[in-house]
Design a protein around this ligand. Sequence first.
Ligand code: SAH
Ligand code: MG
Length: 196
Amino acid sequence: MNKIELEKIKEHALKEHIPIIMDDTLEVVNKILKEIRPKRILEIGTAVGYSSICFTEFLCENGVIDTIEREEERVLEAKANIKNTGVEEKVNIYLGDAVEILPTLNNKYDVIFIDAAKGKYPFFLEQAIRLINCKGVIIADNVLYKGYVMSDYNKHKQRTAVRNLREFLKEIQENPDFETEILEVGDGLSISKKRY
Ligand code: SAH
Ligand code: MG
């Protein structure tokens, strides 16, 4: 993978205020991926492909990433970025709303990374649970949402997102099939390992 190109993508995204995974969050995810060496990763929320490109480094041989993005303009940019970094064999982008695409998927994944509309996290979780492999890991970014999720602050205009993130965390923490930890890195990261 072309790291110089990757650095350019990161700088461009930061300049244009395109959301990309934060450095400390990426470090934690990379460590998990290094242990698992996944064959198949599913990402919900591609943006311009930055995290997908980063994750390709830790796939096992012939491993692939499927990633979903609903904004066409971002998909076009992601495709160009994926080509420029030389990982087009490893990343497959679905253009469309994950709410519609996820129910059509049937192959299992070793790692699922949820990083899209916060209001949809309970639905994404339901689908991720359906699509995760034995011993797989579901990782979700932005679960603490600037601290709103753990505070009693609920008059915010983003209260629907906050309510749904709280529901997501409750569901996953109470699910006996998963061992979950929530880390305060970046905007909050949940890591849920399937026990069997
Ligand atoms: N994972 C990326 C960042 C993703 S930002 C990275 O770290 O590089 C979140 C992206 O999810 C945005 O581009 C947004 O357009 C997309 N998104 C939000 N809700 C979505 C949905 N329901 N279906 C598909 N994409 C969605
Ligand atoms: Mg994010």
